[in-house]
Ligand binder design. Structure first.
Ligand code: GTP
Ligand code: MG
Length: 422
């Protein structure tokens, strides 16, 4: 079974909590703070692998969660970092953010990596907060909790050459003649159900050929299997357009040629503009006279260069390989899709917003506030005093005053509600 588009969910690991702890042993009755740092969460990383050629592995496995960071502990023990999760995908996998439909990565080269989600930061332990004026902080910071996201993986095959044509035109036969691939060949349409890749070697050089399932009229609109697979032709540099000149399926070969080109055009102008070599196939099935007559017709009605081959007698195969190599040498490789840097959770550590609620209370929100509040465990009056000091230091009290806060006004920060007093 071939699978080339799948939606999966990913989540980076949470950061571990920092610890609140004080050194106590036989020698020290009242030691300093020794709560260690929380470990960072693991990241979600995609990695391209040439050993995979479908997304089949994602058929049942759709949820990917990286390891959480461990909590810090006493004696300044730092929590272990969560394990990164490396998700292997075939080369040519495009990663799309499901919510915005934006392409966020194109894993083109074998071994290339993309960090989709960074693990949550570990929280600071109380030892971190020790200072000359604050000898015994009674608070620590919780780890950053990460959010899950959905992404679509879409495989867009990477090959130098794509074999395109009607079903039964002889594409798979040609692939088996020119490359190491062993595709299924049969005398019925739609034998090939997914792209097969083969490596063709000519004069010490190689190129990759993709055999694409047969196209029919309306393929670009979803007829047959075509539309499904046209995306696998998007990245080829050169199309070998196979046309069954023997007309073994009873259609007119010139009509076939025009129909396929129209489908490529309907799909995208880029496909229509991809260089082609027209390959008139199955010449062994017609006598010389018919052959000449049809070739003349093609020259007259279409008037572009072509090559004739037979996958049965191998006539023309060597010439086709050489011509393909020669043409490829003049066509630059297609680059990966250019993507802007994408950040799922644009981590905002800077913003501070002040609004008033229905009761007139001052409500604080924003990234800087969220990050700050992570550090607040209001377990005792000392940590509340620290909290107030920090509000002062961060300039938040001044900002609130500018917005009209006076003695006795209520201030809300997430779950914390207090009355301001000078
Ligand atoms: N005599 C002769 N038969 C051929 C030639 N090329 C292909 N065939 C036969 O034509 C039939 C179809 O060939 P395939 O290579 O499977 O055709 P295809 O284009 O891959 O077809 P789909 O995968 O269905 O799109 C098979 O029976 C082949 O043996 C040829 O050059 N000469
Ligand atoms: Mg085939």
């Amino acid at each position: 079974m071939f699978l080339d588009r799948v939606k999966i969910s990913i989540k980076a690991g949470n950061g571990g909590n920092g610890a609140t702890s004080f050194l106590r042993n036989a020698m020290t009755a009242n030691g300093g703070p020794d709560g260690g740092e929380g470990g960072n969460g693991g990241s979600i990383i995609f990695k391209a692998s040439k050993d995979m050629n479908t997304l089949y592995e994602f058929r049942f496995h759709k949820k990917f969660v990286a390891g959480n960071g461990e909590n810090g502990a006493k004696k300044l023990q730092t929590g272990a970092n969560g394990k990164d999760l490396i998700i292997k995908v075939p080369c040519g996998t495009v990663i799309i953010d499901s919510e915005s439909d934006k392409v966020i990565a194109d894993l083109f080269e074998d071994g290339s990596e993309f960090v989709a989600l960074k693990g949550g930061k570990g929280g600071h332990g109380n030892a971190y907060y020790k200072s000359s004026i604050k000898q015994a902080p009674h608070y620590s910071q919780t780890g950053e909790v990460t959010k899950g996201h959905e992404v679509i993986l879409e495989l867009k095959t990477i090959a130098d050459v794509g074999l395109v044509g009607f079903p039964n035109a002889g594409k798979s036969t040609l692939l088996s003649c020119i490359s190491n691939a062993n595709p299924k060949i049969a005398n019925y349409p739609f034998t090939t159900l997914y792209p097969n890749l083969g490596v063709c070697e000519v004069r010490g050089q190689t190129f990759v050929v993709a055999d694409i399932p047969g196209l029919i009229e309306g393929a670009s609109q979803g007829q047959g299997l075509g539309h499904y697979f046209l995306k696998h032709v998007e990245r080829v540099r050169l199309i070998l357009h196979l046309v069954d000149i023997s007309q073994s399926d009873g259609r007119d070969f010139i009509e076939d040629y025009l129909t396929i080109n129209k489908e490529l055009e309907n799909y995208s102008s880029e496909l229509a503009n991809t260089p082609q070599i027209v390959v008139l196939s199955k010449i062994d099935l017609i006598d010389e006279e018919t052959r000449e007559e049809r070739i003349e017709r093609f020259k007259k009605e279409i008037g572009i260069d072509f090559i004739t081959i037979s996958g049965a007698t191998y006539e023309g195969i060597e010439q086709l390989k050489l011509l393909t190599l020669e043409r490829l040498s003049k066509i630059p490789k297609k680059p990966p899709i250019q993507v802007e840097e994408f950040n799922f959770d644009k981590r905002d550590y800077e913003s501070i917003n002040i609004t008033r609620d229905d009761e007139g209370a001052f409500v604080l929100s924003g990234g800087k506030i969220d990050n700050f509040i992570r550090g607040v465990v209001l377990s005792d009056t000392r940590s509340f005093a620290y909290f107030q000091n920090r509000l002062q230091e961060m300039g938040i009290i001044d900002m609130l005053k500018q917005k009209g806060m006076k003695n006795g006004d209520t201030v809300k920060i997430k779950d914390i509600v207090f009355e301001y007093s000078e």
